[in-house]
Design a protein around this ligand. Sequence first.
Ligand code: KG4
Ligand code: ZN
Length: 361
Amino acid sequence: MNILGIETSCDETAVAVVQDGRRLLSNTIVSQIDIHREFGGVVPEVAARSHIEVILPTIQKALTDAELTWGQIDGIAVTHGPGLLGSLLIGTLAALTLALLKNKPLYAINHVEGHTYANFITEVGSIFNSQFPISKSLPLPPGQPGFPLLSLTVSGGHSQLILFQDHGGYRLLGQTQDDAVGEAFDKVAKMLGLSYPGGPSIAKAAEAGNPLAYNFPKAKLANPYDFSFSGLKTAVLRHLQRLIGEDYSFPSFEIASRLSQQQINDTAASFQRVAVETMVGKTLAAYREFGPTTVVIAGGVAANSELRAQLQEKLPIAISYAPPILCTDNAAMIAARGYFTALAEKPSDPLGLEVSPSLTM
Ligand code: KG4
Ligand code: ZN
């Protein structure tokens, strides 16, 4: 079964074709990072306009790359939430129009659920392999994860621990109470004068820094599986203001120019250590309490190599990871999730499909 996935919830216009929920036939991602970089973050109106400009050619490219015609597509899966309203509208409108025109079943996918399904992609199609040499080095997991499955989903909008019993049923063990962890990476990077998106910039600066240079507090929450990163972000801000001899009223955007490279690197490394320790600590505690068969990490922050290394070191079971290109926003994960939805549920009515910017799990 070939599912065409469409993802436009934030600043990536992404379309992919996945066969049987595991084989990647094409994976097209048009990133707007360069456009938003000059603003230091995503501008919703700009994101929606950019999606409009590229959505149709992106869909066409995904089909061409997969060397498939519409007749060989068995269903369309689209992200209908959560995300930015204007951005979601472009992908869902394209998907529902194509579902009607091409007479294909339509599946509405929750973006956060979708992230976990990046870990179900274990093969690339032969066409993909010959056309895109990069895919030869795409380090895919050796097999699909088994259930029960514990997923640490950490992105720019979400920090969640989810226990999947099977494809249809899961329990949300805990979630972000304020800032998501990726958001904290992005905001701390901004304070340090590092470029957007903050995650990769912090990770790079941290390589040259001392992770033990500074200590920052970890939030204590009633539910041990919930997350809160806004206190950590504020603690970093206060530390930086102190470092340059200013008080709490000093504007965050004027700090970076007064920091030495070593102070930037040490702050990045210390912040990353505390953020990673928090994520690893909660994942380990959930592993001990619920004894899942497999553990996966998902979402943009799952690309963080320090998080990967620490988890592997602390967890008593082997853990495999989706390649970074499938951790950040992509449509392959939406198509993979769509396949399992198609096996279990009736398709959505295209005319009744609604976007849901604050869709929860
Ligand atoms: O999943 P994603 O592409 O979009 C959302 O659904 O939010 O995640 C984007 C987030 C950004 O906050 C970005 O800074 C973070 O993932 N990120 C990373 C890394 N790569 C991306 N955070 C830490 N380390 C990384 N290597
Ligand atoms: Zn995402």
